[in-house]
Design a protein around this ligand. Structure first.
Ligand SMILES: CC[C@@H](C(=O)O)C(=O)SCCNC(=O)CCNC(=O)[C@H](O)C(C)(C)COP(=O)(O)OP(=O)(O)OC[C@H]1O[C@@H](n2cnc3c(N)ncnc32)[C@H](O)[C@@H]1OP(=O)(O)O
Ligand SMILES: [Co+2]
Length: 133
């Protein structure tokens, strides 16, 4: 794993949470993207080398909708950048981690992603992501 690529934050509304984060970080949202397969709308802000991903549910059965129902707004996942997602998935699987998708799937920002179950990481949902370009 190379570095933390982004921190994902579940929000009820990108409009209202975005306003808070824009003021906090003193920067604008530079990209808004909907990922239909995850049932989410994402908004990205950059703070120095760090990236914040705000996630709003777009469907009632989205992982973000379920998370908001159970836990409310807050940190949803930590994403790590990897060079070779399939190799990293194989390594983690061999180490006994439960992966939430068997093959890499399309994420936001032109990335391939895979999630590791939070029950295997002390209650933290981990995302692996790899640039597609
Ligand atoms: C935009 C694309 C991409 C990117 O490019 O960055 C994204 O970031 S997409 C982000 C949204 N997508 C996902 O989260 C996909 C992976 N998540 C899942 O597959 C599910 O959410 C889950 C983690 C398997 C949980 O689903 P499910 O079992 O159906 O939900 P429950 O509500 O029943 O939860 C079971 C259990 O897990 C705990 N949980 C759920 N989410 C999280 C979380 N984010 N962090 C920590 N723990 C989480 C939940 O509290 C339950 O625990 P118990 O109550 O103790 O059983
Ligand atoms: Co993410």
């Amino acid at each position: 794993m190379k570095k933390v690529e982004h921190i994902g934050i579940a929000v009820s509304s990108i409009e209202s949470a975005g306003a808070i984060w824009k003021t906090l970080l003193n920067t604008d949202i530079y990209k808004i993207e909907e990922v239909l397969t995850e049932g989410v709308k994402t908004a990205f802000l950059q703070s120095g080398p760090n990236k914040i991903e705000l996630l709003e549910a777009t469907t009632p059965d989205s992982p973000i909708a379920r998370f908001l129902e159970k836990k409310g707004e807050g940190i949803h996942h930590i994403a790590f950048e990897v060079d070779d997602i399939e190799a990293e998935m194989a390594r983690l699987k061999a180490e006994g981690f439960v992966l939430l998708n068997d093959v890499p799937k399309r994420g936001a920002d032109n990335k391939l992603v895979c999630f590791v179950h939070p029950k295997d990481v002390g209650g933290v949902l981990v995302e692996l992501c790899m640039n597609q370009d």
